[in-house]
Write a protein that binds this ligand. Structure first.
Ligand code: PLP
Length: 391
């Protein structure tokens, strides 16, 4: 289906093309090379993080972190169910058990009080997400982790550049991951990274990312001795993508500013619609980057789904991010059938993610706003008609 207004568009420049082209034209080192370290340094500097390593996806970054922390069978890791499935899969990759906690409605992030309820002697870590570019209650979650001696790993896949009290998300926990998949605020097509302040984890990750290999000057540069000291995999990002990432990062602030401006316009206009809750940050402490623009439709799942269909007829793409992960067949079959997370389930029945990207112009936004208003005014008329018929 060709959408009049898709959910996302990539924000790219001619400079991005030139940087990637340089690597191609070099005729060498498309896999590993200096662009990787340079990209990592730039990310580290942007976020004020201690160590950074790039990966070939956000999911690989999360998986590698599970291996680096040596989580294993018998360990429990607290995760949200209101997330992309990668967060919930991560513990399972290493035999640990995901324990789902509920979310709160202000940021759609993990509810710190519910997290506390789910801590047991087996709990090793908490993995909150920052939903769609909105920081979660990360300060509180950090306190919970510290009080219970747990590792806090931020799944910041969707939230590069988001801040809480002026500090970038991804630097509150001991480690964090980001995704650079093509719907994120800046992108390398596929890709991701880990940032960490733990040197031991950083050193282990370097090995895990590259088959556990130790070489003198890098595998493709040196003809010298090689040793393999850890079970690893090829989780590496290529230099081609790192070069693209370096260039993308130079205009990420621009992209974020445009997203924020668009979100402000949508918020101002959609807040007037009775049945909608717009994504406003809870206070000025929250700097949201609006990787996604997600409204809540009050009035039930049926109404939300109807709105989605109505928008589809208008050529406007929208989508439900997220269905509760614990309701998917894989988790039901893994023993979570009876689990109930009231906030997660209610929120999932309300959310609708609308198009959001830097280039979204006024005309497109007005079309979205007017379509939504049209839907609700028609619905009011239908409601009145039904009521009259019933009299
Ligand atoms: C919250 C969250 N975690 C993890 C990931 C995985 O990232 P990737 O798609 O780069 O593997 C995503 C992807 O969008 C995500 O939204």
């Amino acid at each position: 289906m060709k959408w009049k207004i898709p959910l996302f568009k990539i924000y790219w420049t001619e400079a991005d093309v030139k940087e990637a082209e340089k690597v191609i034209r070099s005729g060498m080192y498309w896999a590993t090379g200096s662009q990787i370290e340079e990209f990592e340094t730039r990310i580290k500097e942007y976020l004020s993080a201690k160590y950074c390593l790039t990966f070939n996806s956000g999911g690989s970054a999360l998986y590698a972190l599970m291996l680096a922390y040596r989580f294993k069978q018998g360990d429990e890791i607290i995760v949200p169910s209101f997330t992309f499935i990668a967060t919930a899969y991560a513990p399972i990759y290493v035999g640990a058990k995901p324990i789902f906690a509920d979310v709160e409605f202000e940021t759609f992030g993990l509810d710190p009080e519910d997290v506390v309820e789910r801590i047991t002697p087996k709990t090793k870590a908490i993995i909150p997400i920052h939903y769609g570019g909105m920081p979660c209650k990360i300060e509180k979650l950090n306190e919970v982790a510290e009080d219970h001696n747990l590792v806090l790993i931020e799944d910041a896949a969707e939230s590069f550049g988001a801040k809480f009290k002026g500090r970038c998300v991804g630097t509150f926990g001991e480690s964090a991951i980001f995704s650079f998949c093509h719907n994120k605020v800046f992108t390398t097509g596929e890709g991701g990274c880990v940032v960490t302040e733990n040197k031991k984890i950083y050193e282990r990750l370097k090995l895990i990312r590259s088959y556990g290999r130790v070489t003198e000057r890098g595998y493709f540069l040196s003809a010298g001795n090689i040793d393999y000291v850890e079970i690893g995999y090829n989780f590496r990002m290529s230099t081609l993508l790192a070069a693209l990432g370096i260039s993308q990062l130079t205009h990420v602030d621009n992209a974020i500013a445009m997203r924020r401006k668009n979100a402000k316009y949508l918020n101002r206009n959609l807040a007037k619609v009775d049945s909608i809750v717009v994504p406003e940050p809870p206070s000025n402490n929250y700097f949201a980057v609006y990787q996604m623009y997600t409204i809540r439709v009050l009035g039930g799942k049926e109404l939300r789904d109807e709105l989605m269909r109505f928008l589809q007829e208008k050529g406007i793409m929208s989508r439900v991010y997220f269905e509760p992960v614990h309701k998917y067949s894989i988790f039901r079959n893994l023993g979570y059938k009876e689990l109930s997370l009231p906030n997660t389930e209610e929120l999932s029945s309300q959310v609708l993610t609308l198009p959001m990207y830097p280039q979204l112009d006024r005309c497109d936004m007005d079309y979205i706003i007017n379509s939504i208003k049209e839907f609700f005014s028609r619905n009011k008329i239908n409601e009145k008609e039904t009521n009259n018929k019933g009299m």
